[in-house]
Design a protein around this ligand. Structure first.
Ligand code: SAH
Length: 249
């Protein structure tokens, strides 16, 4: 079982609680209770994959996954697998979403987490953005494929996620209007991390991105901005993400 904190952490006055209750999802024909059981089992799988942060597990437990995939795939929504979302793209594995959230937010104290502003590059269907929005003060998520941006908007209409802003555009340029970000996460792999994103980090901020290595494999790269002109990068897990592409369509 996922352990929820008995009492929510105090929220500073005049700030919206970071943990936003998600409205009951639209029921998918033939799922119902079975999906709730499958969702609980999925959280156990994610935990078994090594995600231990209780807030991250609670966020994954709070956001149902079936509303983010086509009805034809809804019966597979609670498997820990990537699934197609059209336009050659995929919804990430829940354990990957959990692992990335955990790494991205690990350095932030609870209060700082609740105030943090996060940029996600690659909204896709909006699932990861909705999970992140449960954990931090504000999420800005950008997508380059207009049809996916609009699909994410439609999926999220069914929920109450007031601290999530969806943007259409090329995320390689970041979203300078809302910068700087305490954390930036990419859901698509480029050959290198775009400079614009490095410049939109706060000093002390973290960026986590899948990066294609010269040998053709991909790995997660964690970048910390340690000074105005100083970034430290380290390589983490081997991963497989869709490519980070230029421009919009
Ligand atoms: N975060 C998603 C994963 C989506 S897959 C989830 O919830 O599971 C990655 C997404 O990155 C795709 O939708 C793809 O279109 C998008 N993408 C690729 N290059 C991009 C770019 N330059 N800017 C914004 N989005 C990009």
């Amino acid at each position: 079982m996922v352990e929820f904190p008995a009492t929510p952490a105090p929220v500073p006055p005049r700030r919206r609680p970071a943990v936003v209750p998600v409205a009951r999802p639209p029921r998918v024909e033939g799922l119902g209770l079975a999906s709730e059981r499958a969702h609980a089992a999925l959280i156990e799988t994610v935990r078994a994959q090594g995600v231990r942060d209780p807030e991250v597990l609670a966020a994954l437990a709070r956001v149902p996954r079936h509303p983010f995939v086509d009805a034809g795939l809804a019966s597979r929504a609670y498997e820990d697998v990537a699934l197609p979302i059209g336009h050659g793209q995929t919804i990430s594995r829940p354990s990957t979403v959990g692992r990335m959230a955990e790494l991205l937010l690990a350095a932030l104290a609870p209060q700082a987490r609740r105030r943090a502003r996060v940029l996600e590059v690659g909204t896709g269907c909006g699932y990861q953005a909705a999970v992140l929005a449960q954990l931090v003060g504000e999420v800005v998520s950008i997508e380059r494929v207009r049809a996916l941006h609009e699909a994410a908007r439609a999926h999220l209409r069914a929920f109450r996620v007031p601290n999530l802003r969806l943007v259409f555009g090329d995320g390689r340029l970041g979203v300078p209007q809302a910068a700087p970000y305490d954390a930036i996460t990419l859901a698509a792999a480029g050959d290198a991390i775009p400079d614009a994103l490095l410049m939109q980090m706060t000093v002390g901020g973290r960026l986590l991105a899948p990066v294609a290595r010269p040998d053709g494999e991909q790995a997660l790269q964690l970048v910390e901005r340690v000074g105005p002109d100083d970034w430290r990068a380290s390589w983490l897990d081997a991963v497989r993400f869709v490519p980070l592409r230029e421009g919009t369509r």
